[in-house]
Design a protein around this ligand. Structure first.
Ligand SMILES: Nc1ncnc2c1ncn2[C@@H]1O[C@H](COP(=O)(O)OP(=O)(O)O)[C@@H](O)[C@H]1O
Ligand SMILES: [Mg+2]
Length: 141
């Protein structure tokens, strides 16, 4: 399955995150790929706000993973920007998170080969026409 969406604003990207969040369940993995500033964290913010965690979001840039534990679901937000390779992901026990909740993984294309078969990939790219536009492609295996 492949869906192509144009987001016209930061807010539309957040709203898209909320819609995606509705269907998430334990064990789901979403990888977010695209340049710095393309909207990966904004979409994550939308997902977290569906679970009323919008005030808690912080960039996991220095910690690699932020954990959000709720009654319904655990959410693990990764940012692999500073990771050099899959070995480093394995060294932090990254794979152990997959079954424990929902994993949202910025720069997740780096670890695609060790992911379980089913995962969602969301690709962000800038739109040359407008600095607030993003092309967002959702791919589900
Ligand atoms: N349509 C849009 N969707 C998402 N972010 C947008 C959009 N238009 C402008 N922006 C801006 O782009 C930046 C995206 O930042 P962020 O989500 O942190 O990117 P990333 O996590 O991919 O590095 C924010 O400053 C946001 O305000
Ligand atoms: Mg980010």
């Amino acid at each position: 399955m492949e869906i192509n969406i144009i987001s016209n604003s930061e807010n539309e990207t957040i709203e898209l995150g909320k819609k995606i969040a509705k269907n998430l369940k334990k064990g789901d993995i979403i990888i977010l790929s695209g340049d710095l500033g393309s909207g990966k964290t904004k979409l994550t913010e939308g997902i977290l706000s569906f679970f009323n965690l919008q005030d808690e979001i912080s960039s996991p840039t220095f910690t690699i993973v932020n954990e959000y534990i709720t009654e319904k679901l655990n959410i693990y937000h990764f940012d692999l920007y500073r990771l050099n390779d899959i070995d480093e992901f394995e060294a932090i026990g990254g794979e152990e998170y997959f079954e424990k909740g929902v994993c949202i993984i910025e720069w997740g294309e780096m670890i695609e080969e060790i992911l379980p078969q089913d995962y969602i990939k969301i690709e962000f790219s800038r739109n040359l026409e407008d600095e607030n536009k993003r092309n967002i492609k959702i791919l589900k295996k």
